[in-house]
Ligand binder design. Structure first.
Ligand SMILES: Nc1nc2c(c(=O)[nH]1)N[C@H]1C(S)=C(S)[C@@H](COP(=O)(O)OP(=O)(O)OC[C@H]3O[C@@H](n4cnc5c(=O)[nH]c(N)nc54)[C@H](O)[C@@H]3O)O[C@H]1N2
Ligand SMILES: Nc1nc2c(c(=O)[nH]1)N[C@H]1C(S)=C(S)[C@@H](COP(=O)(O)OP(=O)(O)OC[C@H]3O[C@@H](n4cnc5c(=O)[nH]c(N)nc54)[C@H](O)[C@@H]3O)O[C@H]1N2
Ligand code: SF4
Ligand SMILES: [Mo]
Length: 736
């Protein structure tokens, strides 16, 4: 155990092999340490917001980052960045950075503490809970927003070191449906595309995706397409992307599955299929054909709210395309039948042979900067590297690579996020460790969730700020360094591994998540297990080995320097190969990752929505991204005065002018929005981008999830954030 500051410093020295910059910031009374200044030159790193994965050049003067410019010539962003990227340095300097650990004291207040005390409390409280209720009584919730090496260390420490079984990530809120859809259809979680496809398609179909706002630089790639592509947008709202489209199909919310089956039916009826591809590279088409035949055009039209002529037109546009790409995001993934909807998109690509060729693909766009790293290496829903906890051979393989006893690897899967919450509600899980996510704002059905968190005996939150809604509920806050203050790699939507560089010093006693996990391993008494995990780059080498022979094999990447000099490298890149092209896609050979190497048609009868509109709650409540300047729960973007000028400070609800008129609601007026979960007071934004009978709430304001419905896809357990039944009423002027 560590007793003095000197021992603490020695420990960090021992763990990192160097005196880190953070060490320069420990209290001066404990001895002056040499400050390693940052190089007086620019540092290149991928952006820490969205999954586009743009590269940014940070300019450093006197060891301090002063500004940044988007990297010219990087194969992702080609010299561009969106407002968040340009403002990426500002959140680092915010007043509310956690600069020291905080411990909740007997009187209920959070008070600053030293690391040694914090780590002792972390260890003793969690161990005590485990000794009383068993190992399963402690769980963790992680993120898609820290480096892959950090996620791998966290997942391995928690499960193989601390003996936890249950750990999930905010990626459950985001892309679990796409993951399950790909695994079942392709045999591996493998988004097949490269961004170049956006420039090469002649027909581009966006389903439940608003890239103009959510992935602005991907949208720039669409704008560079020289084929004058037909752009189809399938979204109940007339979004910025829909406005720029050739055709917008404003379907009824959550009728996508019927629409997509209807499109398949239309293509089959007219024989607009790639019969050779279907015969040579897929299974299940005959059954799928029989399934979609059962739907009549009249039923499809009524269910989707689109006319038969509109559906026929959409079928013809897809059939006419030679290089059709299908892209989906949260309008699909966050639904009650999301997995099957995603697979209905995959089916369209398969039956028309639009996969494996330039400009094609069934392409799920991810959300967070390192969602793809989390999907492969967070050790939550699958064993490191896309392996399976329930497969003995996989456990043996991973144990051998890690030089760990196989018995340390749990032989069962973690509970998904929503069931972890249920276990807290019934008192089975008593300790929770939350890292780089803010569920007290972002998780579905907030009122109930916050109540449930109070059941915990011990809640640890590891965040860069001490002010987040979740941190404020914690018993212990661990202060984390953030993007720009640490090293590692991240994987973007097109499977490109990009580099994070340290360009700034973390404030106060904040430490890189990597270092925090190393220290916890030491204090927990399992540091020995991680003796080879000395630095992010050492972990990268371990992960490389784990990837060997798998679909995501990247053993061909020597080291970080190779990633830096190549402008990011897409997986796979097996040893002995070179990154022959900086835009590579999967399945060019028609070989998938299933046992028979064929892709599977997956389908099911559409189901009714879990909560439909009714007399009392007549509006469909939609939620999603508001502006390109706002990021999720706004812990970071709200810190930039520039970004703040680009969005409404007060929470607002979008409502159609006809509905507003009927309810005598004027633009800008206060209104109550309520669902069966609660009521909030917001400003009305009267706008025709929402259909009559629908309202839209941006997710960036704390109150949004007070209203959302905790309903989940039965295969992915992803929350259905995008539909609830709601009521709107004007606030009487004397309360406004
Ligand atoms: N500026 C900004 N960019 C971001 C983020 C951010 O917070 N801010 N977050 C990042 C993350 S983590 C993610 S996951 C992505 C999300 O990126 P997107 O999924 O593109 O964004 P959303 O606004 O959540 O949802 C997309 C669209 O789904 C539509 N939709 C709702 N219900 C349905 C339906 O039933 N069917 C169909 N077809 N469409 C429907 C909504 O109207 C919305 O326009 O954005 C990433 N980029
Ligand atoms: N109603 C509604 N709700 C939604 C959605 C929706 O469409 N509608 N979308 C869902 C989706 S797709 C997503 S992805 C989630 C996102 O939900 P969250 O993950 O809760 O949102 P963030 O604000 O990104 O939270 C990230 C947290 O990590 C902290 N952080 C940043 N960098 C670091 C770091 O390097 N280390 C540490 N330790 N902490 C760090 C930030 O300060 C912040 O508190 O929201 C979901 N919620
Ligand atoms: S598009 Fe995404 S990755 Fe690119 S600068 Fe904006 S937030 Fe960063
Ligand atoms: Mo997300």
């Amino acid at each position: 155990m560590v007793n003095t500051m000197k021992q603490f410093k020695d420990l960090i020295y021992q763990k990192t092999g160097s005196l880190t910059d953070e060490l320069a910031l420990v209290p001066s009374a404990l001895g002056v340490l040499p400050q390693r200044l940052l190089p007086d030159r620019s540092g290149r790193l991928v952006c820490g917001f969205c999954s586009t994965g743009c590269s940014l050049d940070v300019h450093i003067k006197d060891g301090v980052p002063v500004n940044l410019t988007p990297t010219k010539g990087y194969p992702v962003n080609i010299g561009e960045a969106c407002p968040k990227g340009w403002e990426a340095l500002t959140p680092l300097k915010a007043f509310d950075r956690a600069v020291t650990p905080y411990v909740r004291k007997g009187h209920g207040r959070l008070e600053p503490a030293h690391w040694d005390a914090a780590l002792r409390i972390f260890t003793s409280r969690f161990k005590d809970i485990q000794s009383r209720y068993g190992n399963d009584s402690v769980a963790f919730l992680s993120t898609g927003q820290i480096a892959t090496e950090e996620m791998a260390l966290l997942g391995t420490l928690a499960k193989f070191g601390m003996g936890l079984v249950h750990g999930d990530g905010n990626t459950r809120q985001c892309m679990a449906s796409a993951v399950v859809a790909y695994k079942q259809a392709f045999g591996f979680d493998a988004p097949p595309y490269t961004y170049q496809d956006l420039e090469e398609s002649d027909v581009i179909v966006f389903i439940g995706a608003n890239p103009c706002i959510a992935h602005p630089i991907m949208w720039q790639r669409v704008c560079r397409n020289k084929n004058n592509p037909t752009i189809i947008v399938i979204d109940p709202r007339t979004t910025e992307t829909a406005m720029a489209a050739t055709r917008h199909y404003a379907l009824k919310p959550k009728s996508d599955l019927v629409l997509l089956y209807g499109l398949a039916r239309g293509l089959i009826e007219r024989g607009w299929l790639d019969a050779d591809f279907i015969a040579g590279h897929t299974t299940g088409f005959k059954e799928f054909r029989a399934h979609v035949k059962m739907l009549t055009p009249d039923h499809i039209s009524r269910a989707t709210g689109l006319s038969e002529a509109q559906i026929e037109q959409c079928v013809a546009l897809i059939a006419r395309g030679k290089k059709v790409s299908f892209w989906w995001t949260m309008g699909v993934n966050q639904g009650h039948e999301a997995v099957r909807t995603a697979q209905a998109i995959i089916n369209l690509a398969l039956m028309t042979g639009n996969i494996g060729r330039p400009g094609t693909g069934a392409n799920s766009i991810t959300g967070q900067c390192n969602a793809m790293g989390s999907r492969l290496f967070s050790n939550t829903t699958n064993l490191l590297g896309g392996h399976d906890f329930c497969n003995a051979a996989h456990r043996r393989k991973i144990a051998a690579i890690l030089h760990m006893d196989e018995a340390r690897i749990p032989a069962r899967n973690s509970l998904p996020y929503n069931q972890i919450i249920e276990e807290i509600a019934v008192g089975k899980i008593k300790g929770l460790w939350i890292i780089a996510t803010n569920p007290a704002h972002s998780w579905v059905g907030q009122q109930e969730f916050r109540q449930i968190l109070k059941n915990l005996e011990f809640l640890v939150v590891q965040d860069m700020y001490h002010t987040t809604q979740t941190a404020q509920m914690a018993d212990l806050i661990l202060p984390a360094a953030c993007w720009g203050e640490k090293e590692g790699t991240m994987i973007n939507s097109e499977r490109r591994i990009g580099l994070l560089r340290k360009v700034a010093k973390a404030p106060g006693l904040a430490l890189a998540d990597f270092l925090i996990f190393q220290l916890i391993a030491h204090y927990w008494g399992c540091g020995e297990l991680f003796k080879d995990w000395q630095s992010p780059e050492a972990v990268f080498q371990i992960l490389k080995e784990i990837s060997r022979g798998t679909p995501c094999d990247f053993t061909g990447i020597h080291d970080y320097a190779m990633i830096e000099s190549s402008g990011g490298i897409q997986w796979p890149l097996p040893e002995g190969t070179l990154p022959w092209d900086d835009q590579r896609r999967l399945f060019a050979d028609g070989q998938f990752f299933t046992d028979d190497r064929k892709a599977r048609f997956m389908f099911e009868v559409p189901r009714p929505v879990p909560e439909d509109v009714c007399g009392q709650y007549p509006f469909v409540l939609l939620t999603g991204r508001g502006t390109s300047a706002q990021w999720h729960t706004q812990t970071r973007t709200a810190k930039s005065p520039i970004l703040r000028k680009m969005y409404a400070r007060e929470v607002y609800v979008e409502i159609n002018p006809e509905d507003a008129c009927k309810l005598s609601i004027r633009d800008g007026q206060w209104v109550y929005v309520s669902t069966r979960r609660g009521e909030i007071k917001v400003r009305a934004l009267v706008i025709s981008s929402v259909q009559q009978g629908h309202i839209f709430l941006p997710m960036h304001y704390e109150v949004s999830n007070h209203l959302t419905l905790p309903a989940f896809d039965p295969y992915s357990y992803q929350p259905s954030y995008k539909m609830a039944a709601a009521r709107v009423a004007k606030v009487p002027y004397y309360y406004a």
